[in-house]
Design a protein around this ligand. Sequence first.
Ligand code: FAD
Length: 363
Amino acid sequence: MRVLIVGGGIIGLSIARNLIKADVEVILIDKGRVGRKASWVAGGMLAPQAEGIRDKDFLQFCLDSRDMYEDFCRELEKDTGLDTGYWKCGILKLAFSQEELDTLKEDLEFFKSLGLKGQFLTREELKERYPDLGEDVLGGVLYPDDAQVDNRKLVIALEEFVKKNAKVLEYTPVKWIETAEGKFKSVITDSGEIEADICVIAAGAWSDDFGTPVYPVKGEMLALGIDRSNIDRVLYSSRAYLIPRKDYHRLVVGATQENVGFKDGNTVKGTLQLLNGAVSTLKNLYDKDILELWFGYRPATDDELPILGEGNIKNLIYATGHYRNGILLAPITAKIITKYILDGIQDKYLKLYSPLRFKGENR
Ligand SMILES: Cc1cc2nc3c(=O)[nH]c(=O)nc-3n(C[C@H](O)[C@H](O)[C@H](O)COP(=O)(O)OP(=O)(O)OC[C@H]3O[C@@H](n4cnc5c(N)ncnc54)[C@H](O)[C@@H]3O)c2cc1C
């Protein structure tokens, strides 16, 4: 069987890896360099609890993937000899207003009712840990099982594995999909037609080009130079999230969120929002160096849920729309899409996140 994957972000690469491991012939096509769009840009937080996800099915989907992450990274590290920066550092979610504090406490009760871990910390307790804590922080909740991965390192490791074991065509935009009798037949590129038995659309924020309702939500980010004494784990709030990488040299600060289509570049407004968010969380970040500014596009859907599985065209499978959680959801997406391709198994999540839901046909 030959499977063609359109899009080499973390989703396409992770699916490619699972298929390769199952001895399937894979061709992966990307319109640019693989792994350099949303998957490069992201914060790499594995944060179903800090994100405050309350939809029980989606929360379980995210938790299942969070549970898979350490093994996913360790196995890839073993296969490639490359580090992924996986770090179960825990995520501390902070409140800057009474309303946020109330929501934080409600979230904590909800998670505890499901048997998940979390610990409330008062401002005084936080101040003991972080003497430079911003004046407006009222309290926080530590989620010890939320984690992070260095998404750039992870993508480099996936890229290494997939390029060694499959045909990868970069700088090759897929123009359209050919079908015959309601089935996938081939993709058309500038260099010609490529046929396969199955095609997976993993084109991130550009997936709308392939007939599924995904749109871009822009995010700006930046990085500061830090040292070990500054911050020991991810601090997450509505003002900014601060993600120290495991080597403690680089603090990733995210992220703005704007519905402006594909509008490239970092703005003064976005940069100020991130810097103000950072220093109002930890005052000692004020004199740090700015190492980098960047931006990218989350693949969003109207109901903020992913699009997974076959639509109306047989053998054309979608794996997209992961919005704010595509790094987190890569292992579980790869697992269920691979199972479907190999054995035709319709996992419950493929039913929940079917592309047909937008036409009201799957419920
Ligand atoms: C600022 C920001 C912060 C984020 N932080 C987090 C976080 O902390 N945790 C988390 O879990 N998620 C986070 N996300 C979300 C996450 O980055 C995405 O959900 C995830 O990367 C999507 O992966 P993907 O492979 O679908 O898309 P992408 O990585 O964008 O890959 C899609 C690929 O498809 C290719 N492509 C598109 N069209 C074509 C075509 N016609 N032909 C060939 N190739 C094509 C593109 O070139 C690209 O390489 C963040 C996103 C942003 C923007």
